[in-house]
Ligand binder design. Structure first.
Ligand code: SF4
Length: 111
């Protein structure tokens, strides 16, 4: 019958450190992938030729992708707070960053 193999303290410490380092690496990789996925879901302003003013009467506030502050997407400015806050910057479902209701980009789609 074979004797159980014993390991030295040094070997045990090395293996434990390697396992801990691997766990830390996997954790950080998961976070970076999640962050990258979040930012790459939306187009950059440059890629859709975003501009801060309307084009031919078309503007973000009338686009179905516009998300007014405190509102929900799909109804343009009408889904947000009407009145004083109506013209504040909001967001967009498909373009990154703050979006002016007076802006415009090539993905414009009437609400
Ligand atoms: S898709 Fe373009 S036009 Fe429509 S809300 Fe987003 S940035 Fe504005």
């Amino acid at each position: 019958m074979d004797k159980p193999k014993s390991i030295s303290r040094r070997t045990w410490l090395k293996k434990t450190a390697r396992i801990a380092a691997t766990a830390v690496l996997y954790t950080s990789v998961d976070w970076s992938v999640a962050a990258a996925t979040e930012t790459t879901k939306k187009a950059t302003k440059a890629s859709v030729h975003y501009q801060g003013h309307p084009k031919d009467g078309k503007m973000c506030g009338m686009c179905k992708y516009f998300i007014p502050p405190g509102g929900v997407a799909g109804h343009g400015m009408m889904s947000g707070m009407m009145g004083v806050g109506m013209m504040r910057d909001g967001a967009c479902q498909v373009v990154q960053g703050r979006i002016s209701p007076m802006g415009y980009c090539t993905l414009y789609t009437p609400a």
